[in-house]
Ligand binder design. Structure first.
Ligand SMILES: [Zn+2]
Length: 363
């Protein structure tokens, strides 16, 4: 691509990023950028200490990351190292899986940081290069909720649970004090529409690896959904990516269906059970559904329905109907059923706490 087109594209990208700025984004991003510049050397040293030189595969990846850390220069004023680092890899995986399914874009797609505080990612088509915007609004949401759910499911498993036992889940939630964390997350979201900036949420060290793969399965789903919007935009440019006889909501379901297919494939390829069993997308939308419900109680005047997008509840229901119509192995149904019951318990505990707090406030 020529420099002129590159510059044009970046100006367009920055313009689109400006449209995504939400309240509080700007100071947050500025602070993050200052911190990144100040901490670049410390981050590099930490990475060097973490991966020993004799770990050849690790060393190769480490050197590549060290040089990306060195060379990172924000291309637009909203560019940020970490979201680009996370989502660019996810996008690469998604592009490869779609290519194997025979689904390719004519125009290249790049990942850019989204300055939005909200949970969703955004795709914008362009003749010069498509853009997918995803940022800390998305990563923080996935990370916090993955912490909640991996802590509960692994904690319950450590209590000797081989099949679903409500008592073990309840004991885990009580012993590890997780209901209050889930409740605080929901209230934070209820007031400001994001969980970004929530602060520390502790999780036992041995659960970090599991959380990372759950987060990955959510991110793959999110990027795969946006990718399919771009594919439809190329196929139906005259109707902004909406095929004949489809509504905007139908398109959302279509993109979800394709993203679910991509996530399963990704999970099988990478041995990620949260992805192959579709638990990532389920937990993502169930958490969003719970947050939205709490927001609605706190703020009853704000409506949560939209003409163009299904609600989080509708998207949870869609995952279940997608699975019910498919021919999946029995263990997938069992895992989904287990996680669904787990989300129901978390919902009950959060609403119990919300009720208690509201009564306290009324008094
Ligand atoms: Zn969409």
């Amino acid at each position: 691509m020529s420099d002129i087109i590159d510059n044009e594209l970046l100006r367009y990208v920055e313009y689109l990023q400006t449209q995504l700025v939400t309240e509080g984004s700007e100071p947050f991003l500025n602070g993050e950028r200052d911190w990144f510049i100040k901490s670049r050397t410390t981050l590099q040293q930490a990475l060097k200490d973490k991966v020993p030189e004799n770990d050849l595969d690790g060393s190769h990846k480490k050197n590549a990351l060290l040089s990306r850390l060195d060379n990172f220069e924000p291309a637009t004023k909203y560019d940020s190292f970490f979201p680009s680092e996370i989502f660019s890899q996810v996008l690469e995986d998604v592009i490869n899986i779609y290519a194997n399914l025979g689904i390719n874009l004519d125009v290249e797609v790049e990942l850019y940081n989204s300055p939005s505080m909200t949970v969703g990612a955004h795709a914008r088509p362009s003749l010069y290069g498509h853009a997918i915007f995803a940022g800390a609004g998305t990563t923080s949401f996935c990370n916090y909720w993955a912490k909640i759910y991996t802590t509960i499911s692994l904690g319950a498993a450590q209590r000797g649970m081989s099949v679903f036992e409500e008592a073990a889940v309840n004991d885990t939630i009580t012993d590890l004090n997780i209901a209050i964390d889930a409740f605080r997350l929901c209230v934070h979201y209820g007031y400001i529409g994001t969980v970004r900036g929530f602060g520390r949420l502790e999780q036992p060290q041995e659960m970090h690896a599991d959380r990372a793969i759950l987060v990955h399965s959510m991110e793959v789903f999110i990027v795969a959904h946006e990718f399919y919007h771009l594919y439809l935009e190329e196929k139906y440019p005259e109707s902004n990516g909406i095929p004949p006889d489809h509504t905007e909501k139908d398109v959302e379901e279509l993109c979800d269906a394709m993203a679910l297919a991509v996530v399963t494939t990704y999970g099988i390829e990478k041995n990620n059970i949260y992805a192959s069993h579709l638990l990532g997308p389920l937990l993502f939308f169930s958490s969003l559904e719970l947050c939205e419900k709490v927001k609605n109680v706190i703020n009853p005047d704000v409506t949560i329905t939209s003409d163009s997008h299904p609600t989080a509840s509708e998207r949870v229901a869609f995952i279940h109907s997608f699975v019910a119509q498919g021919d999946f192995p029995t263990y997938l149904y069992e895992s989904l059923d287990y996680m669904t019951r787990l989300t129901q318990i978390v919902n009950e505990r959060v609403f119990f706490l919300l009720d208690v707090f509201q009564r306290q406030n009324v008094r």
